[in-house]
Write a protein that binds this ligand. Structure first.
Ligand code: NAP
Ligand code: ZN
Ligand code: ZN
Length: 360
């Protein structure tokens, strides 16, 4: 075992504080990673505050991880100590079922093992995430960080990036596609950059008029303020795809009206009970309402390579680990442009004697 440190919450109403724990010894197919940066996803906040009523405490979140390999197990051929790598929301799956064999490990029929708030499928121990100094991950679930990607800014690609990339790719978004992104936060701003990078015409649907200039600078072609009923009406039947990143329960009907014939409303944000929808809105124009969860490992690597090639990086605000409680509060007020990323050197400075000890 190796001693590890991180920041965890002990309950839904308690702040994140320093937490000492142990990472497992390396299995033959494991990679040990010294964490350099970790993004702060709204899901981290949902989990820590028990919004989904399934949180295992202590809750140590973080699934947008960038780091450097420190050791590998005896069967690992793809990675070497010193290599820059990344880990997203998945750390294991059955690797045998149809979704796993089809590169969609996130939909594993036997449930994937998530980076935090899961139980390890071999030893049953709770998984603890990236708000920590190091992590041990099965090699299949480790991504290579391409040389062209700035490690300080790349971390949000591992969740915000792949969660928006997967539905864009599934719907074959490209030149000629008309895409709307609802909610300009961590996910939304990546949705804008990626859809624009794929050549689509991009509209931002926002509750925040103050974000208009940013949206255009990120690559959107226009902005629609969702409270402006006249503007929403004028946009009826405009889009092939609405990518909905709104983190709370909300009425999707105003967005369904914006879809063209065969249009798709993809929910990646709220996991909650939504107000009812008259199915006529779907039936009449063969519109679809779909959900989407992160993405598979191969498509995450595809995304990293695409971003390196196109020089697409998240907009980030780097914070210290010790600032996490304030960062959560700011995230709740949509006061982040557009993703917090924790510089893990701050954690190592707080505990200078707590060097990670990885046994191979
Ligand atoms: P975020 O950075 O907080 O951004 C959410 C954005 O939604 C806000 O910036 C705001 O944009 C808009 N918004 C917030 N409250 C709203 C409200 N009450 N009504 C309408 N719009 C509102 O969050 P995030 O990290 O992007 O995550 C968004 C959601 O996706 C979270 O619920 C998270 O758990 C979920 N998520 C899902 C997956 C998946 O696999 N499906 C993966 C990652 C995250 P405007 O100011 O532009 O309106
Ligand atoms: Zn996330
Ligand atoms: Zn599986």
């Amino acid at each position: 075992m190796s001693r590890a440190i991180g920041y965890a919450a002990q309950g839904a109403d308690t702040p994140m504080t320093a937490f000492h724990f142990e990472r497992r010894d390396l299995r033959p197919d494991d990679v040990a990673i010294d964490i350099l940066y970790c993004g702060v996803c709204h899901s981290d906040l949902h989990q820590v505050r028990n919004d989904w009523k399934n949180t295992l405490y202590p809750s140590l979140p973080g699934h947008e991880i960038v780091g450097r390999v420190t050791a590998v197990g005896s069967d690992v051929g793809r990675f070497k100590p010193g290599q820059m790598v990344a880990v997203g929301c998945l750390v294991d799956s059955c690797m045998k079922c149809e979704p796993c064999c089809g590169g969609q490990e996130q939909y594993c029929s036997h449930f994937p093992t998530m980076t935090y708030n899961s139980k390890d499928r071999r030893d049953g121990q709770p998984t603890l995430g990236g708000y920590s100094d190091h992590i041990v991950v099965r090699d299949h679930f480790v991504l290579s960080l391409p040389d062209g990607l700035d490690p300080k800014r790349a971390a949000p690609l591992l969740c915000a990036g792949i969660t928006t990339w997967a539905p864009l790719r599934r719907r074959k978004v490209g030149p000629g596609s008309r895409v709307a992104i609802a909610g300009l936060g961590g996910l939304g701003h990546m949705g804008v950059k990626l859809a624009a990078g794929l050549g689509a015409d991009v509209t931002v649907l926002t509750t925040s008029p103050s974000k208009e200039a940013d949206a255009l600078a990120l690559g959107a072609h226009r902005v629609l303020i969702t409270k402006d009923k006249a503007a929403m009406k004028q946009a009826t039947a405009s889009f092939d795809l609405v990518l909905d990143t709104i983190p709370v329960a909300h009425d999707v009907k105003p967005y369904l009206h914006l879809l063209k014939v065969h249009g798709v409303h993809a929910i990646v944000g709220a996991i909650d009970v939504l107000p009812p929808v008259n199915s006529m809105l779907l039936v009449a124009w063969q519109r679809s309402l779909e959900g989407s969860m992160i993405g598979g490992i191969a498509e995450t690597q595809e995304l990293l390579d695409f971003c390196a090639e196109k020089n697409i990086l998240p907009e980030t605000e780097t914070i210290d680990m010790q600032d996490i409680n304030e960062a959560f509060e700011r995230m709740l007020k949509s006061d982040v442009k557009y993703r917090f990323v924790i510089d893990m050197a701050s954690l190592k400075r707080e505990f200078p004697d707590d060097k990670s000890r990885i046994s191979a």
